[in-house]
Design a protein around this ligand. Structure first.
Ligand SMILES: [Zn+2]
Length: 536
């Protein structure tokens, strides 16, 4: 029996290891160069990797061994469960794979090539965002915001179709719909998630209402209009995911003459974590053709950890580099004597928690003074403003995630329902934005007078049922920050904090599922209390 267990794991690992590494390398090449050949090689490597995981026989064996409960020890049991979950996510027949790949590719192409049209002029996403952030002209931001939603109308029918195909695949496996399948195979209990989000809704209701009133007053003044005339295009962001600039301290100015690489190295040195080898393997600066975003990748689970960035001396890229290196040190300081399958964080949200916590140091008073070298005279003012901004970010982001997660739940429950109205019902409820007149469906008309604005959000189509990971990551980060304060007095410049993180959070890898891991590491099951307290 034991032999069958270990043999199955060994065979699976031997095959997975090679294909995963080939895929990670191809993905890195494609991001670094952006050439059509590199993109094609990435697609091929990805397909080969997915084909391995789609093997129904392997999944059936993993399921049988996992459910037998007869693994010799907890680490063997955990490895079997991981194979069961990962292959479970990839169980679809060839026809479904074809349909999904085709729909996703068609939709992706439309998002990537989309240029919102304003007055006959086509604008890129960056140009649209730039105008929304800076403009003081109400008519202009309305036109730009409406242009940014044009892509929604283009793809809406295909996104509904995609949801139906995903649902059919989920039902073939006995799940209610894709929402439930996706959470279950990512070890998130749907009931617990909804209860947690209801708690967050209640806890942020009042503080968000107060913040929103402040934002409204500032935005009305910015545009020279009454508060009652504010519409979603007045908030400096296509979806009101983050706070508009409200005349606080210019964070970018603090970083204009500083080197992000040096600040990050000093930050991690302070924790006793060496990031020099990671930086040496990383691709740090912008180039023609290179991916314009940032990510971190663990190529082989044997120490080849790299990040891709497009560094500039401003706040955003300092935060991003600290964030990506947070993912990287997690991978670097894992226990490499663990079995290969467990040499990874237990969940995306676990590594996201570390990355978010490290990135948010750029709002931390100690970090601003000790690492960024903000002069003492300015430090108090800057850190007070940074704190206000960070709190606004968390509150606004939380209300936005409530929209996304509740929308996705209802989308997969019935892709054919009136999603246009549903979207604005949720936006009004959670984000307290006023639904624009053109987006209101009057009961008397079956079509027209409404718009599929939900489909303008790329995550709904291409990164489904994912947003909850960021929110839970924030909650885990807040709980960790509390423990680090108790244990080491904080994070910045404290080797004891780094040691605590490595030993309690990083080293165990995926040997426990994420929720149990949080409890073992912090001595307490995940609670939203620390996150909520920090918003007070
Ligand atoms: Zn991240």
């Amino acid at each position: 029996m034991t032999n069958e267990f270990t043999q199955f794991i060994e065979t699976t690992v031997a095959q997975t290891k090679a294909l995963e590494k080939a895929y990670r390398l191809a993905e890195w090449e494609a991001a670094a160069t952006g050439t059509p050949e590199a993109n094609r090689r990435q697609q091929e490597a990805h397909a080969a990797y997915l084909r391995l995981l789609a093997d129904p026989e392997r999944h059936a064996t993993a399921k049988r061994l996992h459910e037998s409960g007869k693994a010799a020890d907890p680490l063997t049991a955990r490895q079997l469960k991981i194979i069961y979950l990962v292959t479970g996510e990839n169980q679809q027949d060839e026809a479904t794979i074809q349909q999904l790949t085709r729909l996703e590719a068609e939709i992706r192409e439309q998002y990537y090539n989309f240029r919102g049209e304003v007055g006959g002029k086509k604008l890129s996403d960056n140009e649209l965002d730039g105008i929304l952030t800076k403009s003081r002209d109400s008519a202009e931001v309305q036109a730009v915001w409406e242009a940014s939603k044009q892509v929604g109308a283009q793809v809406a029918d295909q996104v509904r179709e995609l949801a139906r195909v995903r649902n059919a695949a989920a039902r073939a496996q006995g799940f209610r719909d894709h929402f439930q399948r996706s959470l279950t195979l990512n070890e998130i209990d749907e009931g617990e998630l909804l209860a947690l989000f209801a708690q967050l809704e209640a806890a942020t209701h009042e503080p968000f209402a107060r913040l929103k009133a402040e934002v409204d007053a500032a935005r009305a003044a910015h545009f020279g209009i009454p508060v009652s005339a504010l519409r979603p295009w007045h908030y400096g962001d296509r979806f009101f995911q983050s706070p508009p600039e409200m005349g606080e301290v210019d964070m970018d100015a603090l970083f204009a003459d500083k080197d992000p690489v040096q600040l990050a190295t000093t930050t991690y040195d302070g924790l006793g974590m060496d990031v020099r080898d990671i930086l040496a393997r990383s691709d740090l600066y912008a180039r023609e053709g290179k991916n314009q975003h940032a990510f971190c990748t663990d190529i082989d689970r044997e120490g080849d950890v790299r990040t891709l960035n497009n560094l500039e001396p401003n706040h955003r890229w300092n935060e991003t580099l600290l964030h990506e290196l947070g993912h990287a040190v997690y991978d670097k300081y894992l226990d490499y004597s663990l079995p290969w399958l467990l040499r990874t964080p237990p969940h995306t949200l676990s590594t996201e928690a570390i990355a978010l916590m490290m990135g948010s140091l750029t709002y931390d008073r100690e970090w601003l003074e000790q690492i960024a070298g903000v002069p003492a005279a300015e430090a108090a003012k800057v850190s007070a403003a940074a704190r206000v901004r960070e709190r606004a970010l968390r509150l606004i982001f939380t209300r936005w995630v409530l929209v996304m997660t509740n929308f996705e739940r209802l989308l997969y429950a019935d892709p054919g329902r009136d999603l246009d109205t549903l979207w604005w019902d949720l936006v009004e409820k959670y984000q307290r934005l006023t639904r624009p007149e053109g987006r209101r469906r009057r009961p008397s008309e079956r079509s027209g007078g409404s718009a599929p604005d939900w489909a303008a959000k790329i995550h709904v189509a291409l990164y489904p049922v994912y947003y909850q990971n960021y929110e839970i990551g924030h909650l885990v980060a807040a709980q960790l920050q509390d423990r680090l304060r108790q244990h080491a007095g904080g994070i910045v410049g404290r080797k004891a904090a780094g040691q605590w993180l490595v030993e309690r959070f990083f080293r165990p890898g995926a040997s426990e599922e994420w929720a149990a891991h949080v409890k073992t590491a912090t001595g307490e099951a995940l609670t939203p209390q620390y996150f909520v307290d920090a918003l007070g």
